[in-house]
Design a binder for this molecule. Structure first.
Ligand code: F6P
Length: 335
């Protein structure tokens, strides 16, 4: 292994820079030359790369975003796109490629492997945490804290005015951020896609719960954390629906891309540093077609396809205790 390349793809996540740093430092340590491709898979098509020196990654461990930039790349998904990428990688004399991203990026990696003979390793980098085979993805812990900080602030004003707020968090089609932020913020209700596999939540049940809370406690604040994509029209439309059904003002807050930014928390920096360094060692050992993850504090090698063809489960105990909070109110308990 003389030359390895790396790129970041899909939604950026805090800690991607820490992973880039770890890869570059480990590469230099083991005398391998690292190349950084910019703008995700687009960089492979456009030959947009440069050699990365240790000084390029100085002072980036604490920075959100990605110094390599990120993108989603439609042309790459075609056969011609992957063939062009393969030719370009060969021309640049790349022996192995490390892709930091989510499941879409890993599917891209698999697609490329049909046309390129070099080694390919994936690192899970997404705030959504929806990658099977690793306890956490790079960026997930920071996104929880970012969402939580905002929800706590909304609670302050909700409490002052005794208002109802519906707070929409990211996660694409997974409820990891929603569940963690909901439990940690003491939300009265949490709506997650995994809890409604066959359809939508029942709006009357949601409305009844709000009215019940206000009946027991008197006028009070009420926080509902909801995952994006769980209700058509999102938090705005559900807030309108619940306002109509309860006769009580319901306000939507959509946290949006703020959850993708910010300085990574220590857990994300540690995870990224370990996965990045290990990916280089795995490359040198000739490994390919795998994702590096971490389970129970052990670094693991997972076949790339397993990262997306099996759904990752929410923590059942967190789901249970959140449900208990909901039920306490439902059963008339002024907790
Ligand atoms: O995958 C990360 C993520 O932030 C999801 O939570 C969200 O659904 C999506 O990306 C948003 O993508 P974009 O920034 O392209 O709108």
């Amino acid at each position: 292994m003389k030359r390895l390349a790396l790129l970041t793809s899909g939604g950026d996540a805090p800690g991607m820079n820490a992973a880039i740093r770890a890869i570059v430092l480990a590469s230099h340590y083991f005398d391998v030359q690292p190349l950084g491709y910019r703008h995700g898979f687009n960089g492979l098509l456009e030959q947009e790369y440069r050699h990365l020196d240790t000084e390029d990654v100085y002072n980036i461990i604490q920075r959100g975003g990605t110094i390599l930039k990120s993108a989603r790349c439609q042309p790459f998904t075609t056969q011609e796109g992957a063939q062009l990428a393969a030719r370009n990688l060969n021309e640049a004399k790349v022996d192995g490629l490390i892709i930091i991203g989510g499941d879409g990026s890993f599917r891209g990696a698999e697609h490329l492997s049909r046309y390129w003979q070099g080694n390919i390793i994936g690192l899970p980098g997404t705030i959504d945490n929806d990658i099977n085979g690793t306890d956490a993805t790079i960026g997930y812990y920071t996104a929880i804290d970012t969402a939580l900080e905002s929800i706590d602030k909304v609670r302050d004003t909700a409490d002052a005015f005794e208002r109802i707020f519906l707070i929409e968090v990211m996660g694409r089609h997974a409820g990891f951020i929603g569940l963690s932020a909901g439990v940690c913020s003491g939300a009265e209700q949490v709506l997650l896609p995994e809890l409604y596999p066959d359809g939508l939540p029942d709006p009357q049940e949601l409305a009844d719960h709000i009215r019940r809370a206000q009946k027991i406690r008197g006028k009070c604040s009420y926080i509902m954390v909801m995952s994006e994509n769980i209700w058509p029209g999102g938090a705005t439309d559900l807030a309108n629906e619940l306002q109509t059904r309860t006769g009580i003002e319901c306000r939507p807050v959509i946290l949006g891309h703020v959850q993708r930014g910010g300085s990574p928390v220590s857990l994300d920096r540690m995870l990224a540093s370990k996965l990045g360094a290990y990916a280089v060692e795995a490359m040198i050992a000739g490994k390919s077609g795998i994702m590096i993850g971490e389970r129970n504090q052990q670094l693991v090698e997972v076949p790339l396809q397993q990262s997306w063809n099996k759904s990752k489960l929410l923590d059942p105990y967190l789901v249970k205790i959140q449900r208990q909070v909901f039920d306490l109110v439902k059963n008339g308990n002024n907790y």
